[in-house]
Design a protein around this ligand. Sequence first.
Ligand code: PAF
Length: 282
Amino acid sequence: MDFITNIDDMRDYSRKARGEGRTIGLVPTMGYLHDGHLSLARAAREECDIVVMSIFVNPAQFGPGEDLDKYPRDMERDRRLAAEEGVDVIFAPSAEEMYPGGYATYVEVSGALTETFCGGSRPRHFRGVATVVAKLLNIVAPDKSYFGQKDAQQALVIKRMAGDLNMPGEIRIVPIVREPDGLALSSRNTYLSEDERRQAPGIFRSLKRAEELASAGELSAARIKEEIRKILRQGRDIRIDYIEIVDADTLEPVETVKGNTLVAIAAFVGKTRLIDNVVISS
Ligand code: PAF
């Protein structure tokens, strides 16, 4: 497995691979890999000749006072896990390489897609995500790139950006990977104390309940939200950031479940903010 930290070297690598007629799959990550990331790598491995995984904790998507400094990092472990998964190249630029002095250009997806949900509680977050993903797509020029459904809003923002800016290559969204008790895999799960870890699956339980209610014919968003709230309140250290029931493509709020509807939750478990979602249909 190759390990590249320099943008020009990454470009050369991609250019050579394309010249040899090989397809490239890009898996953008912020490292501290878990099985969710590895499922993206597996999808890329199945569909592309070369798998490039980027590992870059992107300062532009963290707000002041967020967890940029304490975001978990372990490059040695990441290298081992990526190699075991058949990743061909890790691209791990420094912050200076990606945002050198004088850096001035940002990509902003406007409207409901970025202003609601996580955009409301994390202003500028999606500007940072869209900017770094645009840069990665320009540098690596993949045929396909892979993102997780866990970050449902991020997936929609990236799809919209790539579509609006006519970026070549396909954006692929891969299903959420969960622990046996339902907790969605996330690098931030490592912040949870034992007690918080026991409470955290309440988030998934509440989403399952939403699914059950909808399939039993309860289509009122307000009533489904109330049921979710009841379950989340059972967790002593769970504090709700948002519960949203929205159109799965536009993120416009809905009053009744209709077609593909996204039920998305962000909640603090202790100090750790976790997100999760399910798509339900009427
Ligand atoms: O989902 C993530 O880990 C990040 O937001 C991404 C897409 C790698 C951009 O930094």
